[in-house]
Design a protein around this ligand. Structure first.
Ligand code: CP
Ligand code: NVA
Length: 309
């Protein structure tokens, strides 16, 4: 079997993503009320180690992968790129070859997607994309799990995105193509998602609308999603913040959606900017389930990457 890298959702494909979601639900329910550090009964990754490399900040990705490895019976190493030789100019290729001799899988969070691709080209163990400027596939496995757990089937789902056409939206569009749901992207002029992801979703049969009218996107939506207006590594620009104001998720906007619509945000949130406090803290906000589900989703991603799913 060739090495299973997870740089984007298409590397796994629709069938494997369905299996990941089913596995995550099963493992989550099997350990209800257990201490969080206790390994799952079958400890399927006993003896395995994951190395994580961070070139950008992280709370959820870092802790969820670490706890995922513990719950699967394995261990993990967390490294800040700046404290590695990588931070002094050792190449990604050499880093990949060395780590492949010592650990069973590598997760990397970095700025430039090309670095993750370079890591995968040279690693002989699975490489997992923990977020790049281009995409955030691990987040979206957790998001799909959250949507399904809340009783919304993916088939025919109408998901509305508000704000910046960023890395998280790219992975949502990729998921829409693979899992066949529809996305309305309400984004200001100049902040649309990349043509590549729009084309992928449409070619795979998803209905994708890119509009500037936030209310039109919210109309009868099942799920409303937003993210920070300024992603890590971007310079905060007053013009961008100004352009984003009409895309704030607030009570006026959510009123256009279905009455049982859910709100998702990958976090960290800037409450008062992309979402108001009343919506963020409301019953319709599923963000804490979404954050917890990063852990359950990572376990499935790791099992898939290591050939056990
Ligand atoms: N959503 C997410 O990736 O969170 P962190 O940046 O905290 O990892
Ligand atoms: N779009 C955000 C997501 C953070 C999890 C960023 O890249 O900073």
């Amino acid at each position: 079997m060739s090495v299973r890298h997870f740089l984007d959702l298409s590397d796994a494909g629709a069938d494997a993503i369905k299996r990941m979601i089913d596995e995550a639900r099963a493992r989550k329910s099997a350990r209800t009320d257990w201490p969080k550090g206790r390994p799952d009964a079958d400890a399927p990754l006993a003896g395995h180690t994951l190395a994580m490399i961070f070139e950008k900040n992280s709370t959820r990705t870092r802790v969820s992968f670490d706890m995922a490895m513990r719950q699967l019976g394995g261990t993990s190493l967390i490294m800040e790129a700046g404290s590695m030789q990588l931070g002094r100019g050792e190449s990604i290729a050499d880093t990949a070859r060395v780590l492949s001799r010592m650990v069973d899988a590598i997760m990397i969070r970095t700025d430039d997607h090309a670095k993750v691709e370079e890591m995968a080209r040279h690693a002989t163990v699975p490489v997992i994309n923990g977020l790049t400027d281009r995409s955030h596939p691990c987040q979206i496995v957790a998001d799909l799990l959250t949507i399904m757990e809340h009783g919304k089937p993916l088939e025919g789902l109408e998901l509305a995105w508000f704000g910046d056409g960023n890395n998280v939206l790219h992975s949502i569009l990729e998921a829409a193509g693979l899992m066949r749901f529809n996305v309305r992207c309400a984004v200001p002029e100049g902040f649309a998602p990349s043509d590549e992801f729009l084309a992928f979703a449409r070619e795979h049969g998803a209905r994708i609308d890119v509009v500037t009218d936030a209310r039109a996107a919210a109309q009868d939506a099942d799920i409303l999603v937003t993210d920070t207006w300024v992603s890590m590594g971007q310079t905060e620009a007053d013009e961008k913040i100004a352009a984003m104001q009409p895309y704030q998720v607030n009570a006026g906007l959510i009123a256009y959606a279905k009455s049982d619509a859910g709100f998702l945000h990958c976090l960290p949130a800037h409450v008062g900017d992309e979402v108001t406090k009343d919506i963020f803290e409301s019953e319709q906000s599923w963000v804490w389930d979404e954050a917890e589900n990063r852990l359950h989703a990572q376990k499935s991603i790791l099992l898939w990457a290591l050939g056990q799913l």
